[in-house]
Design a protein. Structure first.
Length: 199
């Protein structure tokens, strides 16, 4: 990050525009098929941790989510994915995006993996509404993309079990401290909204 001009921006003056820019850049990344790129996507979900969390107020929703995830992974066209695309890996300069950093996990895989990972981060940082607005913005600019909630579930199970944790850099870059009970509430609400898309 020290070699790229710009800074992380977690308190944008224009949140809708900020989300649209995040989505547009991700869609641009996904337009590269990267056919010769040797690394392939694999889920980061820890199967040993797939237990309905005791902290959740909606345990049955988590049970359904785990059962759904354990079904066959959907077939998806492979594209170039960042694999860790979220607001603290994006740099801004004078209200414009200046760079995307932390490419160590880049690989070929489903575009939905990146979209879901960013959505889970946004849901924890700002609430489920921000995650949905990001998805809407991505759908507006990503040709031929079909949203599959499977990847949202994959991301939640990866990031929020055994319990969601407030990522320390969020505060370092200016976000307010998120109390544990509020984080759990946001994750529950987000997962419930994801599972509703399956009905």
């Amino acid at each position: 990050m020290s070699f790229v001009a710009g800074a992380v921006e977690l308190r944008p003056a224009d949140t809708p525009g900020w989300l649209r820019t995040l989505a547009a850049q991700l869609a641009a990344i996904h337009r590269h098929p990267a056919d010769g790129f040797p690394w392939r996507f694999r889920s980061w979900v820890n199967r040993a941790a797939l237990v309905t969390p005791a902290w959740s107020a909606i345990p049955r929703v988590w049970e359904r989510a785990i059962e759904f995830w354990l079904k066959t992974e959907p077939e998806s066209r492979a594209v170039f994915i960042h694999r860790d695309y979220h607001p603290t890996n994006i740099l801004w300069r004078e209200d414009a995006m200046s760079g995307v950093v932390d490419w160590i996990n880049a690989c070929r895989g489903p575009a939905g993996v990146d979209v879901a990972h960013c959505r889970t981060n946004l849901a924890q940082m700002y609430g489920p509404g921000a995650a949905d607005r990001f998805l809407d913005a991505y759908l507006d600019v990503a040709d031929e993309f079909v949203h599959d909630p499977y990847w949202d579930v994959d991301s939640v199970l990866d990031m929020c079990l055994p319990q969601p944790v407030c990522y320390a850099p969020w505060q370092h870059f200016g976000l307010d401290v998120i109390a544990p009970h509020e984080m759990r509430r946001r994750v529950d609400a987000y997962l419930e909204s994801v599972m509703t898309r399956l009905i």
